[in-house]
Design a protein around this ligand. Structure first.
Ligand code: AMP
Length: 284
């Protein structure tokens, strides 16, 4: 099988894509940090369906990891990633070494105000600057494309959408639904950190978020009451350590005084060394 073609330099990826564009082909782009699972595969399938050429990047971006986070232990398996990409009909796998992306310390960063400030932004200072900067760089490398992102990282999707609008990137951002295990746990490369006991307990996140959404659907309009309900369910699980739970406006990511319109419930929960995030939507 000659697909995917693995490319490690910015120059070669640009050259390959220039040939495809010259032949009139559209480009679908799926940025990832690798250790690919069914959630990533669903993005590749969406790209395969809509675009002529599918590019997947695998790059564990040091800029988006904070001090003491899991940059060094983040799971990696490039051979398996290539097999997953091959099975989804991916054309190009872009796997740049860190020195290719950052040959010198970056002096230029992208920072998206407001939407990047609450929740993950508050819990992980600098995280979204790292995300926005690497995504901007990848968009400049890949060029005009449709770019596929998962709703699993809801705030990241909002940050990227806003960056694309504010800076007029020639990119159409496509949000795709969260893929879950049969018991509801959102798929994540970081699930590999879970012990069997923690893995069994982890679906509590989705269960709690759904209970919050159900309370809103049943008429609850007080964000604090919803937060307490969700937090109570998560905190009843002894292996879970709640980081935050929020209910926000799905567009602005601001916390409304009274719940109305398009809402999103989001939570971050630690199980041992795994820090997991998840979210669900509800419309009043
Ligand atoms: P990551 O490799 O974790 O940085 O994720 C790369 C892309 O895959 C991001 O757009 C994520 O939102 C998306 N993704 C990760 N997990 C899932 C999932 N369970 N369902 C859908 N998309 C996902």
């Amino acid at each position: 099988m000659d697909r995917p073609l693995t490319v490690t330099t910015i120059g070669e990826l640009r050259d390959r894509l220039a040939e495809h564009r010259a032949a009139g082909r559209t480009v679908g782009f799926v940025p990832t940090m690798g250790y690919l699972h069914e959630g990533h595969a669903s993005l590749m399938r969406a790209a395969r369906e809509h675009d002529d050429v599918v590019v997947v990047s695998v790059f564990v971006n040091p800029l988006q990891f904070g001090e003491g986070e899991d940059l060094d232990t983040y799971p990696r398996d490039l051979e398996r990633d290539a097999r997953v990409a091959a099975a989804e009909g991916v054309d190009l796998l872009f796997v740049p070494p860190v020195e290719e992306m950052y040959p010198e310390p970056v002096l230029t960063t992208v920072s998206v105000a407001k939407v990047s400030e609450p929740m993950e932004g508050a819990a992980r200072p600098g995280h979204f600057d790292g995300v926005a900067t690497v995504v901007a760089k990848l968009f400049n490398i890949v060029g005009p494309c449709r770019a596929y992102f998962g709703a699993k990282d809801f705030q990241q999707l909002a940050v990227v959408r806003r960056m694309v609008r504010d800076l007029s990137f020639p990119v159409e951002v496509v949000g795709c639904p969260t893929v879950r295990e049969l018991d509801g746990l959102a798929m994540s490369s970081r699930n590999a950190y879970l012990t069997p006991e923690q893995r069994e307990a982890a679906p509590v996140i989705y269960r709690a978020l759904r209970a919050g959404a159900a309370a809103i659907a049943a008429g609850e309009r007080d964000p604090q009451a919803v937060r307490e309900l969700v937090a109570g369910i998560i905190e009843a699980e002894p292996l879970a350590e709640l980081d935050y739970v929020e209910v926000v406006d799905a567009d602005s990511l601001a916390t409304p005084e009274t719940l109305q319109g398009n809402l999103r419930l989001l939570a971050a929960v630690r199980f041992g060394r795994a820090r997991l995030i998840d979210n669900v939507g509800v419309t009043v």
